[in-house]
Ligand binder design. Structure first.
Ligand code: NIG
Ligand code: FE
Length: 415
């Protein structure tokens, strides 16, 4: 069969799944399917075939020798805010000196600080800044990314952010899904009037966003000090009427009921989940809502760790994502997130690989085309540097272990 590219002599071809598998949960997460000493072929941007070396097809050109290297699916990062203007290292310093994330937000810093800058930036400036971040995360092994609005907080600025995301979708080789997060914080114009701001989201923002087809999902920061359960319900109901499935921020700061409301409205994912107890685990069990953990934010803000082990032991799946944003996780490095999953959440290397590939693909609605080594899926692959095996990847945290990235069957030359 003709092919465009063959990768051969692969030490471990990792994360092979049968077609139709949408996520991996519970005790299954500790089992990773792989072939040692193997090959994989690519045609028309998709995975054509793979197998052990003694069955390797012969080609004369366009082959890569991956001796000593792991080949695995590129990461899917299902939760980021990577369109933003400037940075917030002053707040980082304030937190080192003892202020909390919520105290900084209450003083007008935090998300509203980023909103002031974003409102002033032009669409072109925002695009150029975000493009650098996209190039950076591709070089770190990410092949699909979800990006949220939520630093505009007025109709025109939210639309501006979403148009930047649309432009990134068209101009970059990475797969992008966009999420409308008007309910990220209450802007100063609506101080002490959260209900009024939610009216604006429902009556003006959502209709405009959906009329332009700018969002794939809707999000709400549902937590103590941010959006209430009642207002979250109102937004999720309205979003459903406009055909947008939800992915919400929940239970980062307290047992705020966010997980339950997310499940009630059939959200695709609920994200953060530091405050997760038995009741929250029960509500997630049997739902189609992917629990998504963001250990970069928990590390950066010094939060408690979400109970990943209890969730897996209860049979739940877990996705891992970076939360790349200027306030609580200024990195999109998914290899680092894998290490944090192992070191801080006590997840096994096999579990973090499932969590950052097929499960995070599900959490952004791309699991039928990405997130595993499966014939017919898009060829978004990572080829590592020579390593002892896949467990070395989260172990050697801080090392750059990625040698090549392949997106849509093409080698990306930006390393
Ligand atoms: O996911 N938790 C809410 N939103 C972001 C933080 C955004 C910011 O601080 O700019 C998060 O952590
Ligand atoms: Fe977030």
């Amino acid at each position: 069969m003709p092919m465009d590219l063959l990768i051969k002599n692969i030490k471990q071809l990792v994360q092979i799944l049968e077609p139709g598998k949408r996520w991996v949960a519970g005790s299954e997460m500790s089992k990773l399917s792989l072939i040692e000493n193997s090959w994989i072929s690519i045609r028309d941007g998709h995975i054509l075939d793979y197998g052990p070396m003694h069955l390797c097809p012969k080609v004369l050109e366009d082959e890569i020798d991956a001796s000593g290297r792991v080949v695995m699916p590129a990461f899917c990062d299902s939760h980021t805010h990577l369109v933003y203007s400037g940075s917030r290292e002053q707040e980082f310093v304030d937190r080192i000196k003892g202020l909390s994330y919520e105290e900084i937000a209450q003083r007008g810093g935090g998300i509203n600080n980023s909103a002031i800058r974003l409102r002033k930036a032009s669409e072109d400036e925002l695009y150029e800044e975000a493009l650098l971040r996209i190039k950076e995360i591709i070089s770190q092994g990410t092949g699909a990314v979800e990006i949220k609005s939520g630093y505009g907080l007025d109709t025109e600025s939210e639309l501006k952010m979403l148009r930047v995301i649309r432009r990134l979708k068209k101009t970059t080789p990475i797969t992008i899904r966009s999420t409308f997060l008007g309910a990220h914080a209450v802007p100063p114009e609506y101080l002490n009037n959260q209900d009024g701001y939610v009216d604006l989201i429902i009556n003006e923002m959502l209709p405009r966003v959906t009329a332009e087809g700018l969002a794939d999902f809707a999000d709400v920061f549902c937590d103590r000090g941010f959006f209430t359960i009642d207002n979250t319900s109102r937004i999720l109901e309205a979003a459903a009427q406009y055909g947008l499935r939800a992915k919400i921020h929940a239970n980062e700061l307290d047992f705020s009921g966010g997980i339950q409301v997310g499940v009630k409205y059939n959200s695709l994912s609920v994200d953060h989940l530091e405050y997760t107890g038995q009741e929250e685990i029960r509500s997630l069990t049997g739902s189609g809502t992917m629990p998504t953990l963001l250990p970069g934010a928990a590390l950066f803000l010094g939060l408690i760790w979400p109970p990943a082990r209890a969730m897996i032991e209860a049979g739940l799946p877990i996705a891992l994502s970076s939360d790349y944003n200027p306030g609580s996780s200024p990195t999109g490095n998914m290899m680092l997130i894998l290490s944090l999953g192992c070191i801080c959440l006590k997840m096994l290397p096999e579990e973090v690989i499932h969590a950052a590939t097929i499960n995070s693909a599900y959490a952004m609605g791309v699991e039928s085309e990405l997130g595993s080594i499966t014939r017919g899926k898009r060829a978004n692959l990572i080829i590592t540097r020579p390593v002892s095996g896949y467990s070395f990847l989260p172990y050697a945290y801080g090392s750059d272990l990625i040698e090549r990235i392949i997106l849509n069957g093409r080698i990306i030359e930006n390393k």
